[in-house]
Design a protein around this ligand. Structure first.
Ligand SMILES: [Zn+2]
Length: 504
C-alpha cells in the first residue's frame, strides 16, 4: 500500500491598480491608517452604486492570456453572500458561472538539472473584490478586535488550478513560477508580506491498496497561506496528519464534509476552522447593479499586444539560442525582467552568452547581494560590462584582467560616493584603467619578438642552460617577458621563446 498526495491551489493576486475595483478609493497598502480609504460604495452603504474599474479588467485579461486561458467574450458579476465582519455589504462581488477565463496552464520545472518540466492545468481565473481585514488583539490581555476596510474592494484575481500537484515542493514551485510570471507581465507586485499574493491549498490523498484499489480521502482546504515556506510546510504537515487520520478512521471522500483549516506558522501545524460552505450556501445571483462585460476584438488584440516574452519561453531561448545550461537559464530568468534585460544587452554586445551568464550569475550577482542593490541601481552599465567582455572574447583582455577592471570600476564608484560625488563608469574610464595598468594583451607579434630578443640579450646564463638541455631555465625568462608584456597570452609567449632559443 502507498499514498499519493493530491494538491490543488487557489491563488489570490491583488492587481496593481491605483483605485479599487468598483469605486475611486485608493487601493494602496496602508495598514497604519485604518479605514481612511473608504467610501459609500466599498462600505456598502444603501443607495451607492458600483462602477467597474476598466484597468482591473484589463490586467486580469492580460494575466489570463499569459496563462494560455480561453477567454469568454461575455462575462458577468455575481453576488456571493456570507456574513463576516470584514465584509460590510454582506456579500462579495465575484464571478460564479460565467468567469472571464477558463483552462490554461503553468509549466513548472520538476528537475532543473535534467530540464524536466510538468504542466499544471488551470480550471479558471476570475475577478472579484477583496474583503477587509479583521485585526485581533493577540497579546492575550485585551479582548479587542478591529476591522480595517482599506483593503475592502481591492481587485483580486483568483487563479484556480486542477489538483495536478503531487508534492509540497511541486506546489511551492508552481507558486514561485506563477509569481514570476505575474511580475514579468507587471500585473501585480506579488508582495507576499503585504498580502498581494496568497493562496489556499486543497489537499487530500489517494490510497493505493495492495489489491489495486485507489481510494480518495476527504479534501481539506488550508486557508490563507502567504509565504512559499508556509505553503510547503503546511502541506507537509497536512499530508502526515491525513495519513494518520486515514489509518485511524478509514474515512473516504464524501464520508465527512470538506474541512477548512488554518496554518499556524509559529507552532508549525494546521488547525480546524469553521466548516466550509457549499456553493449553494452562498446563494449566488447576478449583481443587478453591474452590467455584464463584453470583450471586443479590438480590446482583446490590444491587450494581447502588450504581453512580453514569458519566463518559460525566455529560459528555452537562452538554452537553445545562447547555449546556456538549464541551471544558468533558470537562475537568470528567476531574477526578473530587469535582470534579463541587462543580461541580454551584455550577451548581445560581447557576442558570448555563456561568458555573459557567468559574469551575471557570479560577479554581478555577488556585488548586488553584498551591496543590497537591484540590477537597476548597479553602477556598471550593461554597455560597459558588455564592452569589457567583448575584449575578453576578442582575446584582448584575460578574464583575470577583466575582473581587475570590474573591481577597479566599482572602487572608483565607491570612492566617489564617499566624497559625495557622482562618477560615470563609462567605457572610456574602463579603457583608461586598462591602459594605466597595462592590462591589454599584446597581440602584436613584432612587439613580443622585440621583448623576447631583449630578454635573451640580458640573460646569457639561462639561455646557455636552456641550450644545454635544461628546459626549466626558460621559466625565469618567461617571467621577465610576461612582466614587460603584462596581459599577453603566456602560452603564445612560451612557444615564441622556445622557437627563438631553438634556432641554431
Ligand atoms: Zn470606496
Amino acid at each position: 500500500m502507498h499514498y499519493e498526495t493530491i494538491i490543488g491551489l487557489e491563488v489570490h493576486v491583488q492587481l496593481q491598480t491605483k483605485t479599487k475595483i468598483f469605486c475611486g478609493c485608493s487601493s494602496a497598502f496602508n495598514p497604519d491608517n485604518p479605514n481612511v480609504q473608504t467610501c459609500p460604495v466599498c462600505l456598502g452603504l444603501p443607495g451607492s452604486l458600483p462602477v467597474m474599474n476598466r484597468r482591473a479588467f484589463r490586467l486580469s485579461l492580460k494575466t489570463a492570456l499569459a496563462l494560455g486561458c480561453d477567454i469568454a467574450r461575455f462575462t458577468k458579476w455575481d453576488r456571493k453572500q456570507y456574513y463576516y465582519p470584514d465584509l460590510p455589504k454582506g456579500y462579495q462581488i465575484s464571478q460564479y458561472d460565467l468567469p472571464f477565463s477558463s483552462n490554461g496552464f503553468v509549466e513548472i520545472d520538476t528537475d532543473v538539472e535534467k530540464g524536466e518540466t510538468k504542466k499544471i492545468r488551470l480550471i479558471r481565473a476570475h475577478l472579484e473584490e477583496d474583503a477587509g481585514k479583521n485585526i485581533h488583539d493577540e497579546s492575550g490581555r485585551g479582548h479587542d478586535s478591529h476591522v480595517d476596510l482599506n483593503r475592502a474592494g481591492t481587485p483580486l484575481l483568483e487563479i484556480v488550478s486542477q489538483p495536478d500537484m503531487r508534492s509540497a515542493t511541486e506546489a511551492k514551485t508552481y507558486l514561485e513560477e506563477l509569481k514570476l510570471l505575474l511580475t514579468y507581465i507587471g500585473v501585480s507586485d506579488c508582495n507576499m508580506q503585504e498580502g498581494s499574493l496568497r493562496c489556499d491549498a486543497n489537499v487530500n490523498l489517494w490510497v493505493h491498496t495492495d489489491d489495486g484499489q485507489k481510494i480518495a480521502t476527504p479534501i481539506v482546504e488550508i486557508k490563507n497561506l502567504n509565504s512559499f515556506r508556509g505553503v510547503e510546510q503546511a502541506i507537509e504537515f497536512e499530508v502526515a496528519r491525513q495519513i494518520e487520520d486515514w489509518e485511524r478512521t478509514h474515512a473516504k471522500i464524501g464520508d465527512v464534509a470538506k474541512q477548512t483549516r488554518g496554518w499556524d506558522a509559529n507552532r508549525g501545524m494546521t488547525f480546524a476552522q469553521r466548516g466550509k460552505e457549499e456553493a449553494s450556501d452562498y446563494r449566488y445571483f447576478p449583481d443587478p447593479d453591474l452590467t455584464p462585460v463584453t470583450v471586443s476584438d479590438e480590446f482583446f488584440a490590444e491587450v494581447k499586444a502588450e504581453l512580453c516574452e514569458l519566463p518559460a519561453s525566455r529560459r528555452r531561448r537562452y538554452r537553445v539560442d545562447l547555449g546556456l545550461s538549464h541551471y544558468d537559464a533558470d537562475v537568470i530568468v528567476s531574477q526578473g525582467n530587469h535582470f534579463t534585460a541587462y543580461f541580454e544587452q551584455v550577451a548581445k554586445l560581447c557576442g558570448d552568452g555563456k561568458q555573459a551568464a557567468n559574469w551575471l550569475t557570479q560577479d554581478v550577482q555577488r556585488e548586488l547581494n553584498s551591496r543590497s542593490l537591484s540590477i537597476d541601481a548597479f553602477p556598471i552599465s550593461p554597455a560597459v560590462l558588455g564592452d569589457l567582455l567583448k575584449r575578453v572574447a576578442a582575446n584582448q583582455l584575460t578574464v583575470k584582467s577583466a575582473r581587475e577592471v570590474f573591481d577597479a570600476l566599482l572602487a572608483e564608484h565607491d570612492a566617489a560616493t564617499d566624497r559625495h560625488e557622482a562618477v560615470e563608469l563609462s567605457t572610456a574610464l574602463a579603457e583608461k584603467i586598462i591602459s594605466d595598468r597595462g592590462l591589454a594583451i599584446v597581440n602584436d607579434t613584432g612587439a613580443i619578438t622585440a621583448i623576447i630578443a631583449g630578454a635573451i640579450a640580458r640573460n646569457p646564463k639561462p639561455v646557455a642552460d636552456f641550450k644545454a638541455g635544461k628546459q626549466a631555465a626558460a621559466g625565469s625568462l618567461i617571467g621577465q617577458i610576461m612582466k614587460e608584456l603584462k596581459g599577453a597570452d603566456a602560452k603564445v609567449v612560451r612557444q615564441m621563446l622556445v622557437d627563438e632559443l631553438s634556432k641554431p
